[in-house]
Ligand binder design. Structure first.
Ligand code: HEM
Length: 522
């Protein structure tokens, strides 16, 4: 098929009726000097092609016997519809309830609901990251660790960068984190002294960003100290929706920068962000910055490339770190606060444990101490389960023919699981939609085994989260200090819709705010 026919076919997808399509096609053919019989032939060819495709997907495709919504079986449109309303994972979860544990969510994509499938897929060398989905998460031009397809290239890059997030490095960084938590709690305290409510959402994002930025670059952006957003925050906001567009139009990054208006602006902001990040890396080189992250990443060799990373490569790795390391932890804390504030019984139990462990309400505790508190841990785990900030499918492609959960998966098929469904497995988590921290205190061996198997907020296998130690240290320290210092109630303005998990790749509350009232405890 000629490129002209292909263009016409793509245009055809956008028309709701055949008449519109015919008229438009006729007009464009006339513009190109093609009239009469020729345009009719091309139109019929296109129509027949679409029909054949649909027939193939429905009756001849190797996945034809796997159940799923009819539209999903013939077109990727079904799965894409949820992208724009932040409801993709909920739609897939509803499809599992209707069609069973294995659902065809796109002509060539399967979603699995059984927790065992998580381990079968994500720890196996038979699967690699799905190219279209992960390439769309490029920053500007470099293939950074998160989007690497080649396992060996990824292994070596991860080896180079992971020391920055090792537990030993984080224990060294802990005093700086303590100071930031102290600062943010003092800010909230002074701003609510007269009884006013406070929206903690931006503060949580500032704290998350200040922390990861300080850890990586040995520089404190001081957002929580000043109450002012750092310039990078606007870049992060601009980047978030772009990967949804890139998934549909992979080449958009090449030309959208020239578009006028908001879409073009977003791409221009990413270019600015890159320039900022390159400047930051150059500055760190000049200063001889020796954080556990840059100490190695600036000088050591990436064994796969056989050379150290360039400023451009390291800049894009750092942009990824700024994004992945701030919003995820921030939104998790926002949901901890929401879930605990709306259940006063949970809050009382948590407070009792904290008061016994920390007699002084103004203390910011050591991570080692609070990480052992059972009810605190139950509350945080229950939040990561019920409100996972990576909630959607992490798609993988089968590198060869394999069997997953008894289903034959041909080479080239996309497969995945999503925490929105796995974390609601009713055998592991009875009454899954309820927030019940006590479930984590049940020590029955079978219950414990099932829970552990179905609890994967940071994923598993070689591509699991690299920042888990940092996220845990932040969450345990902040949650314990916060609920020891304050009694928390939700402001009447908080609604379920505002707190709905809005699912882009990393999820957060749909309303992007959480307004609460605070009372000082003694
Ligand atoms: C509550 C907080 C967090 C959650 C729930 C979370 C979750 C995840 C998940 C599920 C993945 C796997 C993604 C995939 O396979 O596509 C991932 C990967 C990753 N996370 Fe996190 N994350 C959190 C915090 C952090 C922090 C603080 C950092 C620090 C920079 C970070 C950096 C990364 C990176 C770089 C990857 C890619 C790892 C690789 O491809 O080898 N995350 N995270």
């Amino acid at each position: 098929m000629s490129s002209f026919q292909q263009r016409t076919l793509r245009a055809g997808d956008m028309f709701s009726s055949r008449i519109d399509f015919e008229n438009a096609a006729k007009a464009s053919f006339e513009r190109y000097g093609l009239t009469g019989t020729l345009w009719r032939i091309m139109l019929v060819t296109t129509f027949v092609y679409v029909l054949l495709r649909v027939a193939y997907n429905l009756w001849f495709h190797p996945l034809r016997k796997v159940p799923g919504p009819r539209l999903a079986r013939i077109s990727p449109l079904w799965s894409r519809i949820g992208n724009y309303s932040g409801t993709k994972s909920e739609r897939i979860d509803a499809a599992h309830k209707r069609y069973g544990p294995v659902v065809r969510v796109s002509p060539n994509e399967l979603s699995f609901a059984n927790p065992d499938a998580v381990h079968e897929i994500y720890t196996s060398a038979n699967f690699g990251k799905e190219e279209n989905f992960y390439s769309a998460k490029i920053m500007l031009s470099e293939i950074r660790m998160f989007i690497m397809m080649d396992p060996e290239a990824h292994r070596q890059r991860r080896k180079l960068l992971s020391r920055g997030f090792a537990q030993a490095s984080l224990l060294e960084f802990e005093p700086q984190l303590t100071e930031k938590i102290e600062t943010v709690l003092n800010q909230w305290s002074s701003r609510t002294k007269d009884g006013s409510a406070i929206d903690i959402y931006p503060w949580c994002h500032w704290l998350g960003f200040d922390t990861v930025y300080h850890l990586l670059f040995d520089h404190d952006p001081r957002q929580v100290a000043t109450g002012q957003a750092h310039e990078v925050m606007k870049y992060i906001r601009a980047w978030r929706p772009l990967f949804t567009y890139r998934e549909v139009f992979p080449s958009i990054g090449k030309w959208a920068i020239w578009l006028p208006g908001p879409l073009g602006n977003r791409f221009r902001l990413i270019k600015e962000w890159k320039a900022y990040a390159v400047g930051l890396i150059r500055d760190c080189r000049a200063r001889g910055t020796k954080t556990p992250y840059l100490g190695h990443a600036l000088r050591d060799t990436d064994a796969h490339l056989g050379r150290p990373l360039t400023d451009s490569e390291l800049a894009e790795e750092s942009m990824g770190g700024m994004f992945a390391g701030s919003g995820t932890t921030a939104n998790t804390f926002v949901y901890i606060c929401y879930a605990v504030a709306r259940d006063q019984e949970v809050q009382k139990k948590l407070r009792k444990e904290l008061q016994e462990a920390m007699p002084d309400p103004s203390i910011i505790p050591d991570y080692t101490m609070v990480s052992k508190l059972p009810y605190l841990t139950a509350v945080i785990n229950e939040t990561l389960r019920r409100y996972p900030t990576v909630v959607a499918t992490l798609p993988r492609t089968a590198k060869r023919d394999v069997v997953v959960q008894g289903v034959h998966v041909p080479k080239g098929t996309s497969v995945g699981t999503q925490n929105c469904t796995i974390h609601r497995d009713p055998e592991a988590f009875p009454e899954p939609m309820r927030f019940i921290p006590e479930r984590w205190l049940d020590e029955d061996p079978l219950a414990t085994k099932r829970r552990n198997n179905a609890f994967v907020p940071f994923s598993v296998g070689p591509r699991r989260c690299i920042g888990i130690n940092l996220a845990q240290m932040e969450l345990w320290k902040l949650t314990s200090a916060f609920f020891r210092r304050f009694e928390v109630t939700l402001d009447p303005s908080v609604t379920e819709e505002g707190m709905r998990v809005f699912d882009t790749f990393s999820a957060g509350p749909a309303g992007s705010k959480l307004v609460i009232q605070l009372k000082h405890l003694s």
